[in-house]
Design a protein around this ligand. Structure first.
Ligand SMILES: Nc1nc2c(ncn2[C@@H]2O[C@H](COP(=O)(O)OP(=O)(O)OP(=O)(O)O)[C@@H](O)[C@H]2O)c(=O)[nH]1
Ligand SMILES: [Mg+2]
Length: 364
C-alpha cells in the first residue's frame, strides 16, 4: 500500500470518529432538554431569562388547585421573632430571669400588648413555680396559656341553610374589606351558594368599580348605587334583591372613611339597622383589621365595636408582619373572636383561624 493510500485511510477514519462524537453530544443535549434519560449531565444554561414571578392576582388562578395555604408558612416573620427566644430558653440551665425577660420582650415586640403579656407571664410563672417546672415544661405551660386565650369565642360564621345570611364588613380604609369580600365570595360561590355583593361604600368613587370587578370575576351578583348615593339605600336594595332572587348570602362592603369618624360610625349604625329589619336574616358584622398596624388597630377596633355590634374579627395581612401577636390582644382585650385571617392577596389566601395551628406555628 502506498503512503498516499495510508494517509487517505487515516483521514477518512479521523472524519468518521469526529462525526460520531458530534452526533453523540447532540443526542445527550436533546435528552436533557426533554428531561428524559436521567443522564448525569449538567442542565445547560437557560437560553432565556427565568420567568418573572407574576404579581399575585385574582385574575390568574392556578389551573390545578394549589395546596391550601398554610397559616404556619405565612406567619414567617412573627415566628422568626419567637423562634430565637424559644430556642434559647433555659439554655443556661433552667429558666432564669434573663429568659423571662427575653420572653416578655418577644411577646411585646410581637404586639401582644403590655397588659396581655403580663397576664400570660404571671399565669405561667405561677404554674411553673408551683410545679417546679423545667425549661421545657415552662414552654409547654406558655403554649397552653396562649392557646387558652386564642381558643375562646365562637369562630364559626353565622350561616343557616335556606335563610338569608348577611355578612357586613366594617373597618378603616385600606385594611382589606373589599379584598376579603372578594375572597369569601369566591369561596362561597364555588361551594354553590348564591351570593349578592352590596357596594355600600359610595364615598370613594372607585369603590363600587372595584367590587363590580370582583363580582364579575367570581360570579356573584352586585347591587350598587350612584357615586355619593346613600349607602343605606344600597343596602336596602341589596336586601330586597337578595330576598327576591332567593339568594343565600349578602356581603356588604362599607366605607372605611367618611368626612368625620362620627359620620362613619353613625352611618354604620344605620346600615346595621337596615340589615336588622330583614326578618329571619342571619347576621355577622365582621371587623376587618390589618395585622401590620398591631396595637394601633386595637383603638380602632374599640370604636367600631362601640358603634356596631361586632361579631368577629377578620385579621388581614398576617403574612409579612412580625406583629402576629395582635391576635392575642384582640381576643384577650376586646373579647372578640378572630374568625378569619388573611395571609396574602390571592383568592385562596383567606383561611379560618385555627388556634391550635397558630400556637404550634409560633413555637415551631
Ligand atoms: N399581603 C396581604 N395583602 C392584603 C391582604 N388583604 C388585603 N390586602 C391588600 O390590602 C390592600 C387594600 O385592600 P382593600 O380590600 O382595598 O381594602 P379596603 O378595606 O376595602 O379599603 P377601602 O375601600 O379604602 O376602605 C390591597 O392592596 C389588598 O390586596 C392580606 O391578607 N395580605
Ligand atoms: Mg374597599
Amino acid at each position: 500500500m502506498s503512503v498516499a493510500a495510508i494517509v487517505a485511510i487515516l483521514v477518512v477514519l479521523a472524519v468518521v470518529v469526529a462525526a460520531a462524537v458530534v452526533v453523540r453530544k447532540r443526542r445527550l443535549r436533546g435528552a436533557v432538554g426533554k428531561g428524559a434519560g436521567g443522564l448525569p449531565l449538567q442542565t445547560p444554561p437557560p437560553q432565556t431569562p427565568p420567568p418573572q414571578t407574576l404579581p399575585p392576582t385574582f385574575d390568574a388562578p392556578s389551573p390545578a388547585p394549589a395546596a391550601e395555604p398554610r397559616l404556619r408558612d405565612r406567619l414567617g416573620k412573627t415566628r422568626a421573632a419567637f423562634a430565637s427566644v424559644v430556642a434559647g430558653f433555659g439554655s443556661r440551665g433552667g429558666a432564669d430571669s434573663e429568659d423571662w425577660e427575653d420572653l416578655e420582650e418577644a411577646l411585646i415586640l410581637a404586639d401582644v400588648g403590655v397588659a396581655t403579656t403580663s397576664k400570660i407571664l404571671d399565669g405561667v410563672k405561677a404554674k411553673a413555680t408551683n410545679e417546679r417546672a423545667d425549661a421545657e415544661r415552662v414552654l409547654e405551660l406558655l403554649k397552653n396559656e396562649i392557646l387558652s386565650i386564642v381558643a375562646t369565642g365562637d369562630r364559626d360564621l353565622a350561616y343557616e341553610q335556606g335563610a338569608l345570611n348577611v355578612w357586613m364588613f366594617v373597618g378603616v380604609n385600606g385594611v382589606g374589606k373589599t379584598t376579603t369580600i372578594a375572597k369569601l365570595a369566591a369561596r362561597e360561590v364555588k361551594s354553590g351558594r348564591n351570593v349578592v355583593m352590596a357596594a355600600a361604600d359610595t364615598f370613594r368613587a372607585a369603590a363600587a368599580e372595584q367590587l363590580a370587578h370582583w363580582a364579575e370575576l367570581v360570579g356573584a351578583d352586585l347591587v350598587r348605587g350612584q357615586d355619593g348615593a346613600d349607602p343605606g339605600s344600597v343596602v336596602f336594595d341589596a336586601m330586597n334583591a337578595a330576598v327576591h332572587r332567593g339568594a343565600d348570602l349578602v356581603l356588604v362592603d362599607t366605607a372605611g372613611r367618611l368626612h368625620t369618624k362620627v359620620n362613619l360610625m353613625e352611618e354604620l349604625k344605620k346600615l346595621r339597622r337596615i340589615v336588622d329589619r330583614t326578618p329571619g336574616a342571619q347576621k355577622e358584622v365582621l371587623l376587618v383589621l390589618d395585622a401590620s398596624t398591631g396595637q394601633n388597630g386595637l383603638a380602632q377596633a374599640r370604636q367600631f365595636a362601640d358603634a356596631v355590634e361586632v361579631t368577629g374579627v377578620v385579621l388581614t395581612k398576617l403574612d409579612g408582619t412580625a406583629k402576629g401577636g395582635i391576635v392575642l390582644a384582640i381576643q384577650a382585650e376586646l373579647g372578640l373572636p378572630v374568625k378569619l385571617v388573611g395571609i396574602g392577596e390571592t383568592a385562596d389566601d383567606l383561611v379560618a383561624f385555627d388556634p391550635a395551628e397558630f400556637v404550634d406555628a409560633l413555637f415551631a
